[in-house]
Design a protein around this ligand. Structure first.
Ligand code: AMP
Length: 201
């Protein structure tokens, strides 16, 4: 198909500046914490970590904060979970590396080796534009996205119409599917009024 004449003209009138062209991406980041860090309570950690995320781009939206029941390893405190929309020029791999560096900054220690165990800060890439990535150490969409109400509830608050590129289902639909499926194994997800978190919104 031929380009629309008006569009073509405006492209020629304003040629892109190569040096300043930067491809921006939208990444949805899942955040969780259930142990205090040097920043304070899990809520204070999440609030400070969200500020830290600004070093990787612009935080466009934040969901509410949710108190959630631990899944898998039950003998641990409830988690606080939330999701932010981050506009970034980082590649998926560079973003993962940077998120892991922020986890370490807030005292994340993986040495106990307990899956789903307690943590000062957990940062996951849930979605990255409409990319599907299957690489060692990096899966996008996040592999357990559709199974976890503590991810889908806050994600559907900030991006109900975002599409999971693997199933082509919206986040809102994935959440409805989860609620009505046998995989929905309880795991209460309760919105809470977080003083620090709200102050940063
Ligand atoms: P976790 O214990 O939940 O912090 O698991 C982190 C591990 O999952 C790291 O070794 C990451 O390399 C890996 N991983 C794979 N895909 C992702 C993703 N989309 N976001 C964050 N971590 C991921």
């Amino acid at each position: 198909m031929l380009p629309e004449p008006g569009r073509q003209a405006s492209r020629l009138a304003h040629p892109p500046q190569r040096a300043t062209m930067m491809r921006m991406h939208t990444a949805y980041i899942g955040m969780g914490a259930n142990l205090p860090s040097h920043a304070g309570s899990p809520e204070a950690t999440l609030a400070r970590a969200a500020v830290q995320l600004e070093s990787l781009g612009q935080v466009r939206h934040r969901s509410s904060l949710y108190s959630t029941e631990p899944i898998g390893f039950a003998q641990q405190p409830h988690f606080l979970n939330t999701v932010v929309a981050l506009e970034t020029d980082h590649s998926p791999r560079a973003l993962l590396d940077a998120l892991q560096a922020i986890e370490v900054l807030f005292g994340r220690d993986r040495s106990d080796g307990v899956d789903n165990g307690p943590r000062t800060l957990d940062l996951d890439i849930l979605l990255f534009d409409d990319l599907i990535v299957h690489e060692p150490g990096l899966e996008i969409p996040h592999p357990r996205l559709a199974e976890r109400a503590f991810v889908l509830v806050p994600l559907s608050e900030v991006a109900p119409h975002a599409i999971d590129p693997q199933t082509q289902k919206s986040i809102g639909l994935l959440l409805r599917d989860l609620h009505s499926s046998a995989m929905s194994h309880g795991g209460a997800v309760v919105p809470i009024h977080g003083r620090f978190w709200r102050a940063g919104r």
